[in-house]
Ligand binder design. Structure first.
Ligand code: FAD
Length: 428
């Protein structure tokens, strides 16, 4: 069977991405001498895709995925767990197929050190791994220090649930245990952060749960910002389905949180204090810890990269993709990470075959589910202009305001089908 050339690979990944469907290639032949070894750190929306697509494009490249957890819990659709519409099992995946179907060597270890000069990474147990090219996709970490009294330990009591997993379950249990007539505060973070529409979808999902189980309760969003993604569409959906159950307080109106007092279940704003029954504080964010430790970040806390290749501007042969990277106009989303993973895979395959990188194209769509039958979205296609990722004018856009119920129901279906496709792309 013919080997997938780099040009065909870019074309195929671009086309699949644009359709929002699963990219599926025929298996390609093995047996060539190894061209090099690629290590991918982090098996999430960016890393799992980069690992799989490098191997698919050129099986003669050895690919190792180092992921600290044996299971991956998806943030996309985790808000539906809070809304009571799905269980956490439905968003939990494992890495068996990566190894069995794609011949990617999966190692469960936490990388604690990257030695870019010697092209090695070190695991928590002391194991060392050698690479020719490294892909780093560690997601995010939190700037707890921006809120007085906050810490990783406090977040076990007032969960952020911004990395899906045990904290999603904790927050869900707290909502279930809350009395009817209670108040849940969501403190939304400043830009830039993972999933710009996420806190507002979460508010809708919690209101959905309240409407059916605790109708006298309220969700109040205390925002560090004065505007947010898909704001008009969210506000319209809130009003239509949840009346005054959801309230949004902008930064200018006192939404910025300066301190937390978990013992008294109180958030301290610049003007007022807010005592709640459930507190969901989503802190300001930065690139995942290993990116900080490895010196891949700049003063912003995120990783500067060549936006055409995702190669770090700081360390050669190290590529950073996904939320941790500074990727021009692309938001920090799972779909963006998937698209970047494919571009990065094509670049690395080309480099290890002695070819120049192709011209990249990137895509993103973010769906939000306001009720099980009411979805909204924002979509964009991106290109590289003067070294920066920018939106292609006229491509994508927001769901229309005042759309019919039928259109919104189709968008909610698209959201679930997008999730099925993108997670199949990662884990089957
Ligand atoms: C509530 C919520 C809803 C969301 N909804 C959507 C949505 O609808 N659509 C969308 O496109 N995006 C959505 N997102 C955003 C999406 O989850 C992220 O943008 C995406 O996960 C980023 O991918 P990533 O590869 O950068 O990081 P991740 O997916 O977080 O993957 C990082 C991986 O790296 C591993 N790791 C980290 N450090 C190490 C280390 N040192 N050693 C080994 N392994 C390591 C982690 O365990 C993790 O598995 C949502 C986010 C949230 C919080």
């Amino acid at each position: 069977m013919a080997r997938l050339t780099r040009r065909k690979f870019i074309k195929a990944t671009g086309a699949c991405a644009a359709l929002g469907t699963v990219a599926s290639f025929s298996p390609v032949s093995f047996g060539k001498g190894a061209k090099g070894r690629v290590i991918v750190i982090g098996g999430g929306y960016g890393g799992a895709i980069a690992a799989k697509y490098i191997k698919k494009a050129d099986p003669s490249i050895d690919v190792m995925l180092i992921e600290k957890n044996t299971q991956y819990v998806s943030c996309p659709l985790s808000n539906e767990v809070l809304g009571g519409e799905r269980d956490i099992g439905s968003i939990t995946f494992n890495y068996k197929a990566m190894n069995q179907n794609h011949n990617v060597k999966v190692v469960h270890d936490e990388v604690v050190e990257i030695d870019a000069a010697n092209h090695t990474v070190k695991g928590a147990g002391g194991n060392q791994y050698q690479y020719d090219k490294l892909v780093v996709s560690p997601g995010i970490d939190f700037r707890f220090e921006k809120i007085e009294g906050h810490s990783a330990a406090v977040a076990e009591k007032i969960p952020h649930a911004w990395k899906a997993g045990p904290q999603t379950t904790t927050l869900h249990k707290q909502l279930m245990a809350m009395k009817d007539g209670g108040v849940c505060y969501i403190a939304a973070p400043p830009n830039p952060f993972r999933c710009p529409p996420g806190p507002y979808e979460r508010a809708a999902q919690i209101a959905h749960y309240f409407k059916h189980h605790k109708p006298k309760s309220k969700v109040i969003i205390l925002d560090a910002k004065d505007k947010f993604s898909k704001q008009g569409l969210f506000m319209q959906g809130y009003k239509k389905f949840y009346g005054d159950t959801i309230e949004w307080v902008s930064g200018a109106d006192g939404g910025i949180i300066e301190a937390v007092d978990p013992d008294n279940m109180t958030l301290v704003g610049q003007v007022d204090e807010y005592k709640g029954d459930v507190l969901n504080v989503i802190p300001a964010q930065k690139a995942g810890k290993i990116a900080q430790v490895a010196g891949l970040t700049d003063d912003s806390g995120w990783c500067p990269v060549n936006q055409g290749t995702f190669e770090s501007k700081i360390h050669k042969d190290v590529h950073v993709i996904g939320d941790a990277s500074i990727a021009g106009k692309m938001p920090k989303s799972g779909y963006a990470a998937n698209s970047q993973g494919k571009v990065c895979a094509a670049v690395i395959v080309a480099a290890l075959n002695g070819e120049p990188p192709g011209e990249p194209s990137y895509v993103n769509t973010c769906y939000s589910i306001i009720t099980p039958d009411w979805g909204i979205s924002v979509a964009a296609v991106y290109q590289l202009v003067n070294g920066k990722i920018v939106g292609v004018k006229g491509a994508g856009g927001l769901s229309p305001m005042d759309a019919s119920a039928e259109t919104r129901a189709i968008e909610a279906q698209y959201a679930r089908s997008w999730f099925k496709n993108i997670t199949s792309d990662m884990f089957t």
